[in-house]
Design a protein around this ligand. Structure first.
Ligand code: HEC
Ligand code: HEC
Ligand code: HEC
Ligand code: HEC
Length: 392
């Protein structure tokens, strides 16, 4: 009988050291970091169709109960460079944060590129608990969840005894590895950590680039506040995740704002250098016919279906010459330059018209790689793709 007790009890205690410490509770830390302005995936390829704030929020709404108690944090660098479009994105992003009820969001390198005056109204409007080491911001926030008293900070010196300490930072791993006092460090430096690192008693995780996945770190914490065990998993945010309707609404408003950017920017450039397919067709009709059978000829309607035909971030690859002198400007002002037309591959045709003997730009792989990049066309393979678009 004595042996029986030993055999049964000892392995049990070894497996669950927690039982030795009295009451053990579970807390989830749900995190993002290094999203870099990716409000949602472009949808160019099913293989890269992951992430986006609408799915992130949808997942949280649906699993709120099973995740609870949890805290939700963004470790910073959720924006990209300061441009008019990026400002609209920043507002949409913050609105999404407020709908998801983030407990803390760090303003780090990318957010620091925007002036304080830009954020101040938005932060009040959306009540975002921001921490940053910039002047006029708090560096730390206390958050209570059930029995847990959590200190979330961007300052590596600001850990507090007796609380669960979470540091949000974009410092590289070698610089934070030696830090002491932190239970959890969440990075937004863009480093991919498939699994958490453990250093000096600290659990180090990193936000998944572009927010394609949501990080979920589960801590087992005893009554003295010590982290006994942890588990980590990635929640993929694929097409199967139901979107949150309120965040989708915010994205629609963002889309309308973006379309307004082009309208507000005045007239297209007066001199149109690109001729458009109907001009080429005057002498090369058979080539137009074969082109029409390729997906390039429907590239703009793909944007229309996605409700993105006014978004410069999409237009640049789904039209001819956007952003160049005399290229596509908007569907209204330059309707003859929608879609990936002849001149997207052959270069623009004015000189050719003046003198047919002048060779047009030779078509080689580099031409395709302007648009067929890893995130939009992960299966791109030049000979295979070339075969599909050859004039026949
Ligand atoms: C007015 C008639 C005309 C129009 C319009 C025209 N082309 Fe041509 N194109 C020609 C002729 C003629 C040749 C043959 C020249 C030769 O073989 O020397 C040619 C040759 C070409 C070639 C093959 C020659 C080479 O350099 O490799 C390409 C590609 C081409 N055109 C593309 C275009 C595109 C794109 C447009 C529209 C922007 C266009 N062309 C508009 C008459 C035209
Ligand atoms: C200006 C941007 C641009 C350039 C340059 C470009 N493409 Fe594309 N390509 C696209 C877009 C956008 C689509 C998707 C159109 C759609 O369905 O909406 C596409 C689709 C395709 C497809 C269809 C994919 C499939 O699986 O059916 C092939 C094949 C292709 N491109 C080959 C090429 C090749 C080869 C080149 C270079 C010679 C090239 N493309 C140059 C933008 C471009
Ligand atoms: C860097 C160039 C580039 C940008 C930017 C881009 N696309 Fe694409 N898109 C492509 C290419 C290339 C394809 C074809 C991919 C393939 O099949 O290999 C494509 C395909 C698509 C398709 C067709 C998918 C299908 O299978 O039918 C949609 C829809 C689409 N893009 C929407 C968008 C939207 C919306 C945006 C902006 C948020 C965007 N794209 C931005 C290059 C781009
Ligand atoms: C996605 C890139 C792409 C687009 C878009 C495209 N072409 Fe081409 N084109 C090529 C490639 C690659 C070749 C050479 C291989 C071939 O003949 O198919 C070529 C060849 C040609 C040639 C020369 C054939 C020869 O005899 O040398 C003409 C003319 C031409 N294209 C006209 C057009 C016209 C007109 C359009 C628009 C309706 C167009 N192309 C759209 C890629 C493209």
């Amino acid at each position: 009988m004595r042996f029986f007790v030993l055999y049964v009890l000892i392995p049990f205690v070894m497996l669950f050291p927690s039982v030795m410490h009295g009451q053990v509770k579970t807390l989830n830390i749900v995190y993002t970091g290094g999203v870099n302005g990716k409000l949602e995936p472009c949808g160019c390829s099913p293989k890269t169709d992951f992430g986006g704030v609408a799915r992130r929020a949808g997942y949280l709404t649906e699993h709120r109960k099973t995740l609870s108690p949890y805290i939700l944090v963004d470790a910073g660098n959720f924006l990209d460079k300061d441009t008019p479009q990026e400002r609209l994105k920043a507002e949409a992003m913050l609105k999404a944060f407020s709908i998801m009820k983030y407990d803390a969001a760090a303003f780090l390198k990318m957010e620091k590129e925007f002036p304080y005056s830009f954020f101040s109204g938005l932060l009040k409007k959306y009540k975002i608990p921001v921490i940053s080491d910039m002047p006029r911001y708090r560096q730390s926030i206390s958050t209570k969840r059930d029995a847990f008293d959590v200190n979330v900070s961007v300052n590596p010196m600001n850990y507090q005894k007796g609380r669960l300490n979470v540091l949000l930072t974009d410092q590289p791993i070698p610089e934070i590895k030696h830090l002491k006092g932190w239970d959890v460090i969440i990075l937004s430096s863009g480093e991919i950590l498939e699994e958490p690192l453990k250093a000096n008693g600290t659990i180090i995780v990193s936000g998944y680039p572009k927010g394609e996945r949501l990080g979920i770190l589960t801590l087992q914490i005893d009554s003295s506040g010590e982290v006994l065990e942890f588990k980590h998993r990635w929640q993929a945010l694929g097409k199967d995740v139901k979107e949150d309707v309120n965040v989708r609404k915010a994205l629609k408003e963002y889309g309308a704002g973006v379309a307004g950017l082009l309208k507000g920017a005045g007239k297209p450039l007066a001199e149109i250098s690109y001729l458009g397919v109907s001009k080429c067709g005057e002498c090369h009709q058979p080539f137009v016919e074969s082109w029409k059978k390729t997906r390039h000829a429907g590239a703009f309607s793909s944007l229309e279906r996605a409700g993105k035909s006014g978004d410069p971030e999409c237009i640049k690859c789904h039209t001819v010459g956007f952003g160049e002198k005399g290229g596509f400007y908007s569907a209204k002002t330059t309707p003859m330059l929608t879609n990936v037309q002849c001149e997207a591959c052959h270069g623009y045709g004015r000189e050719h018209l003046l003198d047919f003997s002048k060779p047009v730009q030779p078509v080689a792989e580099y031409v395709c790689l302007k648009c067929h990049i890893k995130s939009t066309s992960p299966d791109f393979n030049y000979p295979v793709y070339l075969e599909k678009i050859k004039h026949k």
